[in-house]
Design a protein around this ligand. Structure first.
Ligand SMILES: CC(=O)N[C@H]1[C@@H](OP(=O)(O)OP(=O)(O)OC[C@H]2O[C@@H](n3ccc(=O)[nH]c3=O)[C@H](O)[C@@H]2O)O[C@H](CO)[C@@H](O)[C@@H]1O
Ligand SMILES: C=C(OP(=O)(O)O)C(=O)O
Length: 418
């Protein structure tokens, strides 16, 4: 297994190009199941999760080609409606093929994704929504067995709480269902709007973009389209933290500041200088950081996918912060690892109290999930001495060319191949 070695203490200076959004790429690839025509996706990041989704689509019969480094071309008829355990277990986002397979072919057998390091992550809202649209669902040997003998029909679905994945799955299903679907208390994440924009380009009828009420009127068929994926807001926020924690100055080229919701304002409150530029965002820090509270919430609130990285920033701020995780029940696995590097963080239920320390000390640490991994990279960049991060495969799921992007800005970082 690869490891990452960092020698900390160097301010980052330079420009980082922000890649296409992982979470938009995955759902847009699933949208490729909605038509036999070609769906061309541009600005696709080169990530392990994108490779996994390509494998999943390929075994459903979809031809997945990469005509250029950043472009994916999807097309062809669905020949197999089973999403097997061996692929689904690698990536929970595999559940996003359920809606498209069912609405297209009236049947789907998708392995239950199960829990993961950050929480139990049930998919009940996906299943209840599809049942409201006429699906018959039973669980069999760890699989979701779904059929829609008469096809899916529109329904009004009120989510009891916001779910990004359930909103996406039902949007995909509704786009080819008979009649009108209304999704109430829908997620408003930028990736949802990106999906809607692409579906509309494919011929779908969707209104309410960017709001918590989406109306989708099913159409008979969808056609091919070309769509460019939005820049990754979480990668943007993560590198903003990297600039800030090292006391550097970095331009994040291609970033879309509005997509970061409460994250940038919270960073600014903590003492980070954040300036919108014509092509992105400039982030620097000349003065000290001060402890600032944050609570994760659905968009436009503070993103849970930024919680671990912001916590590392607060670990070296002056004063205390309270960081509350309200989306996932177990997303503090980075805390013991950060504490091994000298941080002073206590977890009380869904909140972490962070008492800032003047410096962290390099140490061997273990990555436990994607964003926790980068929180350790950030700690390593700020720490005195050497940090070795194990289990880098978590990082490779969602961050493209981490060591190259950081080294180009002056970080002392290298990948140690297994
Ligand atoms: C591939 C992708 O886009 N992943 C993102 C997506 O995950 P994902 O779509 O899995 O996250 P959800 O928004 O669905 O989850 C929010 C909360 O709802 C719960 N829940 C969800 C569905 C359901 O049927 N029942 C249920 O109880 C989850 O366990 C969680 O506690 O949104 C999360 C929240 O912004 C992000 O952290 C993930 O990076
Ligand atoms: C939790 C994440 O991804 P996933 O939903 O694919 O596990 C993430 O991107 O931080």
């Amino acid at each position: 297994m690869d490891r990452i070695r960092i020698v900390g203490g160097r301010p980052l200076e330079g420009t980082i190009d922000i890649s296409g959004a992982k979470n938009a790429a995955l759902i847009l690839m699933a949208a490729g199941l909605l038509t036999d025509d070609r769906l061309i996706l541009a600005n696709v990041p080169d990530l392990a999760d994108v490779t996994t989704m390509s494998q999943l689509l390929a075994q459903h019969g979809i031809a997945v080609e990469r005509p250029s480094a950043r472009t994916l071309s999807l097309g062809g008829a669905i020949t197999n409606t089973e999403a097997p355990y061996d692929i689904v277990r690698k990536m929970r986002a595999s559940i996003l093929v359920l809606g498209p397979l069912l609405t297209r072919t009236r049947e789907a057998r998708v392995s239950l994704p199960g829990g993961c390091a950050i929480g139990t992550r049930p998919v009940d809202l996906h299943l209840k929504g599809l049942e409201a649209m006429g699906a018959e669902i039973r669980l069999d040997a760890g699989y979701i067995d779904a059929t829609a003998p008469h096809g899916l029909h529109g329904a009004t679905i009120t989510f009891p709480f916001v779910s990004v994945g359930a909103t996406e799955n039902l949007m995909l299903a509704a786009s080819l269902a008979e009649g009108e679907t209304i999704l109430i208390n829908a997620a408003r994440e930028p990736e949802i709007t990106d999906l809607a924009t692409c579906l509309i380009a494919m011929g779908a009828d969707i209104t309410g973009l960017g709001t918590d009420r989406l109306t989708i009127v099913g159409v008979k068929s969808l056609h091919g389209a070309t769509h460019s994926i939005i820049p990754d807001r979480i990668e943007t926020g993560t590198y903003a933290c990297a600039a800030a924690i090292t006391g550097g100055a970095v331009t994040l080229r291609g970033a879309r500041p509005n997509d970061l919701g409460a994250v940038l304002a919270t960073m600014a409150q903590a003492g980070v200088d954040v300036t919108e530029t014509p092509g992105g965002l400039h982030v620097s820090r000349r003065n000290g950081l001060h402890g600032t509270d944050a609570m994760t919430e659905p968009f436009p609130g503070f993103a849970t996918d930024m919680q671990a990285q912001f916590m590392t920033l607060m670990a070296v701020a002056e004063g205390a912060s309270m960081i509350t995780e309200s989306i996932f029940e177990n997303r503090f696995m980075h805390v013991p690892e950060l504490n091994r590097m000298g941080a002073r963080i206590n977890v009380h239920g869904s909140s972490a109290i962070v008492r800032g320390v003047p410096t962290l000390a390099g140490a061997p640490v273990m990555a436990t999930d994607l964003r926790a991994s980068f929180s350790l990279v950030l700690a390593g960049l700020a720490a005195r001495g050497e940090t070795i991060i194990n289990r880098v495969y978590h990082l490779d799921r969602g961050y493209e060319a981490v060591e190259h992007k950081l080294a180009a800005c002056g970080a002392q970082i290298e990948r140690l191949a297994a």
